[in-house]
Design a protein. Sequence first.
Length: 831
Amino acid sequence: MTRRRIYWVPRSSGGLGNLGMDISNDMVSGLSYNMYTLEDVSWSQQVRKPEAPEVATVLPWGKYDAAWRTMIPFRPKPKFPAPQPLDDAGLFSYLTVSWLTPLMILGLQKRLDENTIPQLSVNDASDKNAKRLCLLWEEEVSRHGIEKASVLRVMMKFQRTRALFSVFLGCLFSASGVVGPMLIIPKILEYSEAPSGNIAYGVGLCLALFFTECVKSLTLCSCWVLNQRTGVRSRSAVSSFAFEKLMQFKSLTHITTGEAISFFTSDVNCLFEGVYYGPLIWLVSSLLISCTVTSYLTLGPTALSATLCYLLILPVEVFLIQKIIKIHNHTSEISDQRIRVTSEVLTCIKLIKMYAWEKPFEKIIKGTENLIFLLRALGCHDGSSLSLFVIIPTVATTLTFLIHTCLQQKLTISVAFTTVATLIPMRLSVFFVPFAVKGLTNSRSAAERFKKLFLQERPVLYVQALKEPSKAVVLEDATLSWRQTCPGIVNGAMELEKNGHTPEGMTGAQPAPGALGPEDTKDSLAPKLHKLNLVVSKGTTLGVCGNTGSGKSSLLSAILGEMHLLEGSVGVHGSLAYVPQQPWIIGGSIRENILMGGQYDKAWYHQVLHCCSLNRDLEILPFGDMTEIGERGLNLSGGQKQRISLARAVYSNREVYLLDDPLSAVDTHVGKHIFEECIKKMLRGKTVILVTHQLQYLAFCDQIILLEDGKICEKGIHSELIQKKGRYAKLIQEMQRGGRTQDKPQDTAKPAEDPQVQGQTQTTFQEEPLHESAVLENQLTRKEKMEEGSLRWSIYHHYIRAGGGISQSWEEQSPQDQGPNYLPQRHEYRK
């Protein structure tokens, strides 16, 4: 019989969870937890397959049914149209992009905004594509193993069908590009040289040439659109999957903060470019083959010289692209360094001014000025690559005709026209090769970086759900660490570190440079909490004290499930609310920060404001609780941010509250009011675990524990611990001798004497939102306004001058126009 365990699984079970990054409906100050029942079997075996519906609908094309419906030339308007018009588009509408016409007309009539733009297609949504990518990755790992698993192979499977169809469109483009020059243009030239001919025949030839050009244009456009949409799906899938992986970490000790940011900025764009430009390699190959065969059949063996010229220029293009990539990477490194140094200087500008360090830091900033030189070099290489695209068709055509003439081969006007028309599409191969090579190279590097993230194992869920309702939190012989390490290795490391040594090849359990993680993770390989035995009864208040670094915050993280359990067990009964030591504030109004997506209950909301001593602050603010507080609460004091974070937890109305030193950032009288009105009165009947350095409040806790070096050295009530005259009694005596004795709060929750908290203070701030125009008038952030109207002619003038002026544009365009017109003029002269 299979054993079953009940776990409390955090919805945002990652290292960022302590910062409050929870987007569920049950938002709490730090985390919200759901209860799941799991069997003691492998994770893959616990995934239940969806039950089949009673009446199964069999699609004629299976999973490609919706996609193949696009091949219907004209699809009638459905009775229930899809949110995205592209999903209901037929073949003609898809090729000509006419499904976008209604949106264009709407944009002509009025300004487009988020309400008028159609919703994203379900097929392009990140949720659907991320689930599919996750299944493909798990299949890849199970088939090839962890070491040989390839992200590129998974991405190929993810887009296999669409990539093959893109290759088919590219081959169709190449075929249509040579049909006209090879079959139709010679017929048109013969018809024009004939003294008399059938007009209908000539019109038919022109229409045939027009049709081939339309097919060529539509297939190339469709190829771009298909690759673009495939790239968007791949980027959204990888971004969502990577974000899910990051949120599963206990802390970001595996990767640096810079790596985590680059995943969602540069790396996903590199994968997008690989998907977008990668299939063009087949288009380039088909173009070279088809144009070479056509020119050979038209001109003879001398036409191979043009193909040879194109083939010789491709290595040059690849070399330039490699140089561009190298310079671009170097530029990115210097740019990141410059931004980092500038940010540090601006952050520490007071210290720099106080110690007169302007000159040294000025030299450091000037050390990054070679960025301009690199940008100029990057522009030169880009210009060289682009110039080859413009020059190579003329060079190849001239060289071909020169060799053909020197060999005394016959060259007629029709043959020359056909050859030129055949070689012109070949220049697209030179144009597409740099993008394809760059996209594939960058995507390969990005895939290797993503593999490092994808291979990280899912953390073990160790927090169990207690069945006995009288106990809120139970720890039995719990040994926990910030690093997942075998107990044997840990014990050996502890012995070596006690003797002043470090195991060979190990540098301690320190996170990677720049990694996000608890400050306590920098100490050693040893566990942070050792053999903890603790039972917190329901409805009691537990006070936790100890010196800095003794493991107080780690104890709360262990209860949240944010550490690694090495030995013992941890159990929780009821939902949790967590108030971190560093409050997490979102950009928005104060009410939005407290509600965190929850439903607004006016009576309960005002009770929370009163007990958290926020009434006086809201009276001062211009718009009360509707005042925007800025990014990270920059316009709030530390105490105000701490009280908002506490109010968020209290408003969530949970069963267990984990408070990490919430009274340290507030004034004495405010802390007294919060302890009396909030912790002792509002949270009466709740289970509260209070970590505090304000020892005067411990006397009013139901139970007290003293932590030292991650161990519980003393436990009991205040009077018993004082009578023992142990470490706790010494801490109280030191506090009293240091003059830090505070006015003792009353055991019965009474209002403080401060005017801002007298009795049930009637607040004067706006209980309901003000008129929108009044609220937004003096807010920190305002809604952007878009000016409407036509551009002034001076803007066009400045744009043309920035591009070199009209004369330079004429000088660049004239040779391009005169080249194609030379042969027709020569043909008319010979006539």
